[in-house]
Design a protein around this ligand. Structure first.
Ligand code: NAD
Length: 320
């Protein structure tokens, strides 16, 4: 019988590990033999997301707000910094918390990595591109962000987090990197978190009208969560600093997304149009040339398949 390969990391700290993306990341790391400490304050995460990990060998939950200095008993060799509200409904409800998490929280996570010599990866966002004037967006584009608009608490927190990460890497030698995640979807999203995929699925499964904002012609590019997790881990394993876009360039309009979800669920729901939020980006599509060339990463899960898996999960778990 052959032996399993040694895990690449012995101990990873995942901030925001009880959230949607973070919990999938914790599972993937544990499955690869890496011990995981999940640091989360449950401001937007759920205990249910990590229920199957709690009590498993190698998994530790540390309930803490990363905006306050925190220590970890066992030094990590990898710090994945995902803590931050991510859905507009959450960060508009928690504006100061979002800014503190993106600034003080990123500083604390970077200091943990610096003091232990761990590799650090910041989960930044395509929102740093704001309402973009370049399409698709590559990493050299500086973005078009309203610094005082309602979305600024998230966008500017992430932009500050990126600047801090770069400063730590260049001035202090921290082995730090940035991934810019584009819209990710999959099991464990919350039905009421305000993002399009869970909202449409919840509405379709209950026969409610699917509420498309504006004329529905604004676009997003949706990446299935397993692909996003693989992209983050590919960046962690690589020595580069980035930033690197991680997303699926398969761009579709929100109206098209609503129609696909109606078809896949077999729902009788209709589509209704509601007001579009302030500063909502008109287009969003990643240029992933860099991720393909340097990380040998590209998405594997087509929208049809990813949506089907997500719908199955919502059918089994409800829309809490
Ligand atoms: P999520 O809200 O499900 O998860 C965020 C987690 O961070 C939650 O468990 C929350 O409790 C925790 N958290 C928030 N503030 C904290 C704090 N101060 N201290 C400790 N824990 C804290 O969101 P998500 O969709 O899983 O997003 C995860 C990360 O990925 C975020 O940083 C987000 O900005 C980034 N991102 C996500 C997407 C996406 O489409 N899901 C896209 C771009 C970037």
């Amino acid at each position: 019988m052959g032996t399993s390969p040694a895990p690449r990391w012995s101990h990873a700290v995942v901030t925001g590990g009880a959230g949607f993306v973070g919990s999938h990341l914790c599972s993937a790391l544990l499955a690869a033999g890496t011990a995981v400490t999940c640091v989360d304050d449950f401001s937007t995460g759920r205990r249910a997301n990590i229920a199957d990990l709690t009590g498993r060998e190698g998994f530790t939950l540390y309930e803490a707000d990363v905006s306050r200095p925190f220590g970890i008993d066992r030094p990590p060799d990898l710090v994945l910094h995902l803590a931050s509200p991510a859905s507009p409904a959450d960060y508009l409800r928690l504006p100061v918390h979002t800014l503190e998490t993106g600034s003080l929280g990123t500083r604390n996570a970077l200091e943990l990595a610096h003091s232990t010599g761990a590799r650090f990866v910041l989960a930044s966002t395509s929102e740093v591109y704001g309402d973009p004037h370049e399409h698709p967006q590559n990493e050299r584009y500086w973005g078009n962000v309203n610094p005082i608009g309602p979305r600024s608490v998230y966008d500017e927190a992430k932009r500050f987090g990126e600047a801090l990460t770069m400063a730590h890497a260049s001035a202090l030698g921290t082995d730090a990197a940035i991934v810019r995640l584009f819209n990710t979807y999959g099991p464990r999203m919350r039905g009421y978190d305000g993002r399009a995929v869970p909202t449409f699925i919840r509405q379709a499964l209950t026969g409610a009208p699917l509420t498309v904002t504006g004329d529905g012609l604004q676009t997003r590019s949706l990446c299935y969560v397993d692909d996003t997790v693989a992209g983050i881990l590919a960046m962690a394993a690589h020595g580069m600093r980035g930033p690197v876009n991680i997303g699926n360039p398969d761009e579709l309009t929100m109206l098209e997304l609503a129609r696909r979800i109606i078809a896949l669920t077999g729902s009788a729901s209709e589509i209704s149009f509601i007001e579009r939020p302030t500063d909502d980006p008109a287009v969003r599509c990643p240029d992933i040339t860099l991720a393909k060339d340097k990380l040998q990463w590209e998405p594997q899960v087509a929208a049809e398949e990813g949506l089907r898996r997500t719908i199955d999960w919502f059918r089994a778990h409800g829309d809490s």
